[in-house]
Design a protein around this ligand. Structure first.
Ligand SMILES: Nc1ncnc2c1ncn2[C@@H]1O[C@H](COP(=O)(O)OP(=O)(O)OP(=O)(O)O)[C@@H](O)[C@H]1O
Length: 255
């Protein structure tokens, strides 16, 4: 297997962080009370790195994703994505930012059933009025091994194939950050591993940053950084991917 390029340091200065959450607080009103979900959560992920977000059900992982993608706003703290403070933008500006700078991969693929595979991939490109939508979609479909299914509708594809289309769609507009919410949660173990291989390779090759929500501890062996959400705060741990990069190489492999 060819050596993987060393990931940039996940502790990189904020200027190189694609994702930078600083002391974020978020609560939801419940009648007269407020449920505090995030109580000073911070995380930083450098350019070209892969992170995992883990935590028990109800810990607040979706809340974190909603803040990073600008769907929701923090009560306090900063949410900086690719240098942009999302908490300073209007809802409309956040929507435009999301369309241009963030890609999504969902557990249940979320392809548009009435659009062909190629149309799904180029969906955001068309919305962003990108001039090269057709060629770019074709190239990405080739990259995920589905060039011959471009004109099929999603319901003709297996779950793994649909998730491949979703990966192509997530990268089509060349986003700085890809968010994946349980991307293998609906797939059998073998297909899930193939999808993770593809997602990781496609984002790393392009120097994109990937954050995955996962319940699968095996996934943690391949990421650079693990963020564990508990009691409203994020704890940072080194993932297996980073450990591999840091491990001394065998003597025979040295230059
Ligand atoms: N819009 C909302 N209004 C009120 N409470 C909410 C809202 N969204 C989330 N919550 C509450 O906030 C807490 C965190 O929810 P969240 O969905 O972020 O957790 P999660 O870690 O993603 O859980 P799961 O793994 O089960 O999807 C939960 O107690 C949930 O009930």
């Amino acid at each position: 297997m060819p050596a993987r390029p060393a990931p940039p340091d996940a502790d990189a200065p904020a200027a190189d962080a694609v994702l930078d959450l600083r002391d974020v607080r978020k609560g939801y009103r419940e009648g007269d009370a407020t449920r505090d979900v995030l109580r000073g959560a911070s995380m930083r992920l450098g350019r070209g790195t892969v992170g995992a977000l883990v935590g028990r059900s109800g810990a607040g992982k979706s809340t974190v994703l909603n803040l990073i993608s600008g769907i929701d706003q923090p009560d306090d703290g900063a949410v900086v994505v690719d240098g942009q403070h999302l908490e300073r933008l209007s809802e409309r500006e956040r929507t435009l930012f999301r369309r241009r700078h963030i890609g999504f991969v969902f557990q249940f693929y979320n392809l548009v059933p009435t659009l062909t595979v190629a149309e799904n991939v180029r969906f955001l490109l068309d919305l962003n009025r990108a001039p090269d939508a057709e060629a770019r979609a074709a190239s990405l479909l080739a990259d995920v091994g589905l060039a011959d299914r471009a004109d099929a509708f999603p319901d003709r594809l297996s779950g793994g194939e649909q998730q491949r289309v979703a990966i192509a769609r997530a990268l089509a507009h060349d986003p700085a950050l890809v968010l994946a919410d349980e991307p293998t949660g609906d797939l059998d173990a073998r297909t899930g591993r193939q999808i993770l291989d593809l997602l990781e390779a496609m984002t790393r090759e392009r120097g994109r940053t990937l954050l995955m929500v996962t319940h699968d501890e095996n996934t943690l062996d391949r990421v650079d950084t693990v963020f564990r959400l508990a009691d409203g705060r994020l704890e940072r741990e080194e993932g297996g991917g980073k450990r591999q990069e840091c491990a001394p190489r065998p003597v025979a492999a040295r230059d």
